[in-house]
Design a protein. Sequence first.
Length: 258
Amino acid sequence: MTSSDSERSDDDVAAVGGAAADVETDEASAEAMRATYERRAAHEAEVSYEGELPADIAGTPFAIFRATDIWDRLASHPDTRAHIVDSGFRSAVEKLRRLDGQAAAREVMDDPRLLQAVMAMSGEGRLKLKEEELARAEVGGRMRRRDPVQFSHMERAHSHASCDEAREAGNEHFKRGEYADAAACYERALRLAGKAGGGVAVRVTLLSNRAAAMLKLRRAEEALRCCQEAAAQVEAAAQVEAADQAEGGAEVGASACA
């Protein structure tokens, strides 16, 4: 055998070995995919879904989003809990629940929070998001601009047990330039005022404060809604007072006639 024949023989052996390795790799990949599909199928059997799963959704990471308790699941996971009060995220999840497989995959690639949620809900791992990633998605228009008040702000505001305490905390946050926390505290105070039967003056003041915080956050539309709600409450209170005065006048007149 010549040296060239020997070299060709070595090359052939190497090629066969490489091909065998590729086959083994392909078989391992196929086995891993089968195991993943079987794991998802077993998981799906334990979940209650809203109707029958479409064929292109069953066995995919998107199936869990058709679960009846998907919002409870998202709220209980440490990675997705931070997003659950954001209106844009909620809209995106509701949209994802209605899409077919290919459209769902495209939607997930546009919103980093959805990709994080898919991984978290399917048990495929945890994706840690950085603020700059979310900001890029917002600037690029792929992800709807996030609400200024997020779960973390609401969670801190929830620690205040009374309307006065929440209002004072909001004022302190506002003075420090922490406008999202201030807005969350004013919202908390409004809820507590409602439960305690707080007067119109209290609610109007809180709405005005929240509007000021929203303006600082450059959310003019939300500030306007707060002002409109405050004006509506003042008008409603004035109508009630006018009706009471009219009724009182009628009673006085009836007494005089008697």
